[in-house]
Ligand binder design. Structure first.
Ligand code: CDP
Ligand code: CDP
Length: 227
């Protein structure tokens, strides 16, 4: 049997585009590791909030990030994050973390620290990463780069449906506001703004299912494998 080259796959895009669901699905199909880089920024934000630190004090948040003991592991529900040995994954998608994560992610030192971790974990390939700067900064040499998007309305609807009936349920207008605000900060920041890499394939999945989206990216992977 021909030994397949283990690819590195970068999936970037705005909030609610379906990146993490599709990345998880694709990684499972290919037998690759899935790295949710957003969860890493959320973990730093969670820890900063827990310690009473504000993004308005970037020096304090940077110092905290430098001394953080962060580990990632493959759990039953996908990637899990441990801080000082404690699994913080269940606390990363709260409204409070979602409100602060974009300003925390705009702190240059925080990005430097996490980009180094993400590159290290991607060594050797066989990885699918999703985030905002994977194709542009973290893995500029990725074998497959996708910029996944959908209309803001559709993305907010998806998040609304996802949170409905959970303790994080919120009015549609509040979800819409959070998504628009994060998109604006993520795309407007000085360091590693959200944008498609010049060589990324753009996929608008506003009217595609998760399965169709994952298959579209799997086709790109097969093309690279066969080239
Ligand atoms: O899943 P959702 O789109 O809500 O967000 P996420 O992927 O968990 O990312 C949360 C936030 O982390 C984003 O809004 C960005 O501010 C930041 N982030 C980033 O700056 N760079 C990345 N590679 C990933 C996330
Ligand atoms: O990671 P990101 O914020 O880009 O999106 P996600 O967390 O993977 O997806 C947000 C929600 O939209 C999830 O509940 C997905 O199941 C849903 N979704 C969907 O219904 N259809 C798609 N084509 C993509 C995502």
């Amino acid at each position: 049997m021909v030994q397949m080259h283990r690819l590195s796959v970068a999936i970037d895009g705005p909030a609610g585009a379906g990146k993490s669901s599709v990345a998880r699905m694709l990684a499972a199909q290919l037998g690759y590791i899935y790295l949710d880089t957003g969860a890493m920024y959320r973990a730093i934000t969670y820890e900063a909030l827990r310690k009473g630190l504000s993004e308005k004090d970037p020096k304090a948040v940077s110092e905290m990030a430098e001394h953080m003991n962060m580990k990632v592991a493959e759990g039953a529900q996908g990637m899990e994050i441990f801080l000082d040995g404690n699994n913080v994954t269940p606390f990363l998608r709260t409204e409070e973390v979602s409100r602060h994560v974009s300003p925390v992610s705009a702190i240059p030192r925080v990005r430097e620290i996490l980009v180094a971790v993400q590159r290290k974990l991607s060594e050797g390939g066989g990885v699918v990463l999703d985030g905002r700067d994977i194709g542009t900064v973290v893995l500029p040499g990725a074998d497959v780069k996708v910029f996944l998007t959908a209309s803001a309305e559709e993305r907010a609807k998806r998040r609304f449906r996802e949170l409905k009936g959970t303790p994080e349920e919120r009015p549609f207008s509040s979800i819409c506001d959070n998504i628009r605000r994060r998109d604006a900060i993520d795309a407007g920041r000085a360091v590693s703004p959200l944008r498609a890499a010049a060589d990324a394939v753009l996929i608008d999945n506003s009217s595609m299912t998760l399965e169709e989206t994952a298959e579209a990216i799997a086709v790109l992977c097969r093309r690279v494998q066969e080239a």
